[in-house]
Design a protein around this ligand. Structure first.
Ligand SMILES: CC(C)(COP(=O)(O)OP(=O)(O)OC[C@H]1O[C@@H](n2cnc3c(N)ncnc32)[C@H](O)[C@@H]1OP(=O)(O)O)[C@@H](O)C(=O)NCCC(=O)NCCS
Length: 176
């Protein structure tokens, strides 16, 4: 892991409804998400915790906190509807001051650990194909994700939708 000696102390844990403002702050601080994307993430947050809407247990959140307990990163994931043990990673974001210290990798590994308990077969991640997403794609590739599909001009002209996937042990397939 990089920056082991100097990186701020962080620890994995659950996300709670009280973290909602921090989720918005972190998404904004990354400079990576458009306002409508941030609104969508917060709608998903509200669904996950049943805040003013019916709770949807298929949106799961895992968080990363600093030594003071402040949320500094999170991932949101869930089972893909109508698929057999396929999961989606919907969002991952880390506070800019904490990026590069291994928090993002730890969040992904924690998501993988949690879905393994549910016999996950496949994880999907969708990301943009533009040049500015190259670093993010490399981050995923280092964690074992590979480009599986690309829908040209999906988000906008010149902005493809890239689907990265990682397969897990398939020995637990039905009937196996
Ligand atoms: C992607 C993200 C979650 C990674 O979190 P992190 O805590 O920085 O991740 P780690 O420290 O475990 O790994 C960082 C590695 O990925 C690379 N990386 C991640 N994002 C990068 C980017 N945008 N440009 C260049 N490199 C990037 C870093 O170079 C680093 O590599 P290194 O270990 O050789 O230094 C974080 O950068 C982030 O929040 N980005 C903005 C939001 C985003 O892109 N989310 C994903 C789309 S939903």
């Amino acid at each position: 892991m990089t920056g082991e000696a100097s990186r701020p102390e962080t620890r994995l844990g659950d996300v709670t409804p009280a973290d909602r403002p921090r989720v918005g702050d972190i998404l904004r601080a990354t400079g990576h998400f458009r306002p409508e994307e941030i609104d969508t993430a917060l709608e998903v947050f509200d669904s996950a915790f049943g805040l003013g809407v019916r709770r949807d247990p298929d949106y799961r959140w895992v968080g990363m906190r600093d030594a003071a307990g402040l949320l500094v990163g999170f991932a949101c994931y869930g089972p893909t509807p109508l698929a057999d043990r396929t999961w989606d990673l919907y969002w991952i974001a880390v506070e800019p001051g904490v990026q590069g210290g291994g928090a993002g990798s730890m969040l992904i590994k924690e998501v993988e650990r949690r879905v393994a308990d549910e016999r996950a077969r496949l994880m999907l991640i969708e990301t943009g194909g533009r040049e500015e997403y190259r670093g993010t794609r490399r981050f995923y590739e280092r964690l074992g994700y590979a480009e599986q599909a690309r829908l040209r001009d999906f988000y906008a002209p010149g902005d493809d939708r890239v689907t990265l996937t990682k397969r897990f042990d398939d020995r637990a397939a039905p009937g196996a």
